[in-house]
Write a protein that binds this ligand. Structure first.
Ligand code: NAD
Length: 357
């Protein structure tokens, strides 16, 4: 097949990890006789420096015209002044909106070889295989009105959390479709005991449950879910929740796997190009040192092969190669135990490429 893939390396370790994912995708294309055309574009802090815009028009156009977009990470101390008019994150929010990607999919699965890297006891984490589906374009991160003002002489701020039934239904439906291909269970997370928007969320979740009786449904309050993820994470299959709850819970769950450097994600919508990115940020503390773990980005590329290009076998080949090199004992610095030898970013990417065959 032929596919156009836009690469957005971004800032910090972004270019380092995207480079390795590109190597892996190129090797997959070669091995399976596909043609992947890559276009690398500016986005984030580097785009602010070059053009004054975190998402230049040329970048957005390239993304909209491609089959899939693979992003490294954006941001860093240079652009994080809270009073700055343009910030790298604005580019990311605009990109998600423009691509219409309303569901963020984050698998949290422990590679058996990394069981001892998890902060939880091995018997708690051995069966963990969760997919988070986080609503991405609504809720409190986008609700209006939002602002800072003086009230009675005091600095105040306010945000609005709003969801309509269509936004809730479509993201729950993505969860149902995923669950049907997995273990058939959906956990819908809300705060219906306090928030009106969550009571609408729960009503719609119950309707979706009634329409999909082959799927086991449960409603869980977000505070309880924060506890369950630590004491019984193996009980969950697909977890669907709103923008802010999903942001926090999926970061909590990510720790189960031992390192941010292992976790991929996809942002999907209604048929346009998907946006794939590791869940970690630009890691300015290690940028330029050649020690970043590229596996989250390589696993994001595997999700791209599966969800945007329909190449299930190729996706599995990449995931199996990653499992294989971890089982063989190769570790980047973030995964290595003290005193254990570690490999750098480029070497890890090379090992994955070698393990593809
Ligand atoms: P971070 O994820 O960049 O780093 C947190 C810690 O994890 C750091 O110690 C870092 O060294 C380590 N780490 C992260 N990825 C790693 C990898 N692949 N290999 C090895 N170690 C890794 O989070 P942060 O420090 O809170 O944020 C840094 C910058 O990234 C900020 O500007 C933030 O806004 C931005 N950020 C961007 C995105 C994105 O682009 N989607 C997401 C989160 C944070």
């Amino acid at each position: 097949m032929e596919a156009k893939i836009t690469l957005l390396p971004g800032d910090g370790i972004g270019p380092e990890v995207i480079n390795e994912a590109r190597k892996v995708l190129t090797a997959v294309a070669h091995r399976h006789r596909h043609t992947f055309r890559f276009a690398e574009k500016l986005m984030g802090g580097c785009a602010i420096d070059a053009i004054g815009d975190p998402l230049p028009e040329e970048t957005l156009d390239a993304c909209l015209q491609s089959d899939a977009v693979l992003l490294g990470a954006v941001g860093g101390p240079k652009w994080s002044d809270p009073t700055a008019k343009v910030r790298p994150e604005q580019g990311l929010l605009k990109l998600r909106k423009s691509l219409g990607v309303f569901a963020n999919i984050r698998p949290v699965k422990l590679f058996p070889a990394l069981a001892d890297a998890s902060p939880l006891r091995p018997e708690r984490v051995q069966n963990v295989d969760i997919v988070f589906v986080r609503e991405l374009t609504g809720g409190i991160y986008f609700g209006q009105p939002q602002g800072k003002e003086m009230v009675d002489g005091r600095r105040s701020g306010h945000d609005t959390m709003r969801y309509n039934e269509e936004e809730i239904r479509r993201v729950l439906q993505i969860g149902v479709d995923l669950a049907r291909r997995r273990r058939g269970k959906v956990t819908s997370v809300d705060k219906a005991n306090v928030l009106a928007s969550s009571r609408v969320w729960r009503e719609v979740a119950r309707e979706v449950a009634a329409e999909n009786r082959d799927i086991e449904f449960e409603d869980v309050l977000v505070d309880a879910m924060a506890m369950y993820l630590v004491n019984r994470p193996g009980d969950f299959d697909v977890v669907v929740t709103g923008n802010m709850f999903g942001d926090i819970l999926s970061d909590e769950a990510s720790m189960i796997s031992g390192s941010l450097g292992m976790l991929p994600s996809a942002a999907l919508g209604a048929g346009g190009p998907g946006l794939y990115e590791p869940i970690h940020g630009s890691a300015p503390d290690i940028a330029g040192q050649g020690i970043a773990n590229p596996l989250a980005t390589i696993l994001s590329a595997a999700m791209l092969l599966r969800s945007s290009l329909g190449l299930e076998e190729e996706a599995q080949v990449v995931e199996t190669a990653v499992a294989h090199i971890l089982a063989a004992g190769h570790r980047t610095a973030d995964l290595a135990r003290s005193g254990e030898k570690s490999v750098g970013t480029t070497e890890m990417g090379g090992l994955v490429v070698a393990a593809l065959s």
